[in-house]
Design a protein around this ligand. Sequence first.
Ligand code: DGL
Length: 275
Amino acid sequence: MIGIFDSGFGGLTVMKEYLKRFPEYDYIYLGDQANAPYGNHSQDHVNKLVVQNVEFLAKKGCKLIIIACNTASADALRHVQSIYKGKPAILGVLIPATEEALKATRFGNIGIIGTRGTIASGAYERELNKLAPEFYKPTDKRANKTVRIVTQACPLLVPLVEEGMTDSTPTNMILKKYLMPLKAAQVDTLILGCTHYPLLQKHIQRTMGKQCKLVSSSQASVDAIGSYFKRHPSLEKSLSKKGTRTYLTSDDPKRFSDLGGRFLGQKIQGEKVEF
Ligand code: DGL
């Protein structure tokens, strides 16, 4: 069984990619709506919530857990990985998006947008630094390009998406305001560092211009999993494959089913769970 969780709905954009590419596996999705949004909580609190979600999914028999939330992947991923030590295996969405952005960038001008929590954590910069330290030392002989990073917290985008206002004038105005500094910095690759943003992708692309490559953390996560399975064949073999899907929420199942269906692009029936 593969467990996927998020603070609420955003992780369903990750689940959508998994179902398209790997429909054969059994999935449990957990939306921790009762504690959403994670983006405005302190890191300590997010860490506690992530441990609680991992514990819950591990007890349900998940051998692989995907933290389908940038805010929850930012610092809490390493925290839970150090507790569970591979049993279950736990992956986030941030590292795949960082790897893809480094491959995609033409001039080394990388922009990152996300929740307040994700941006304040500095996690994307840390991963970029780890994956490509030579980019950070322009004097280093190995450096072939210097990465310049521009970050922008976009706290209004999650509620606008959840209110179904993706195609509205206010959302476009707010997007333009948020993206202005990134455009001014001539960002050539922009990481959509929040799992809600794929629902705004075409508007973000229009605002940034078609020469800017968008990297969705939801898409990057599933792009990376094929090679992860090749590196971990026994884990892959241990995952059950009957094609079942279970959708769980820690709050109102009706709202979860209504809104969740929009994120997933298909009808779902959510069930309420107590931790
Ligand atoms: N899904 C979260 C993320 O990717 C955003 C929603 C929240 O703040 O809880 O960061």
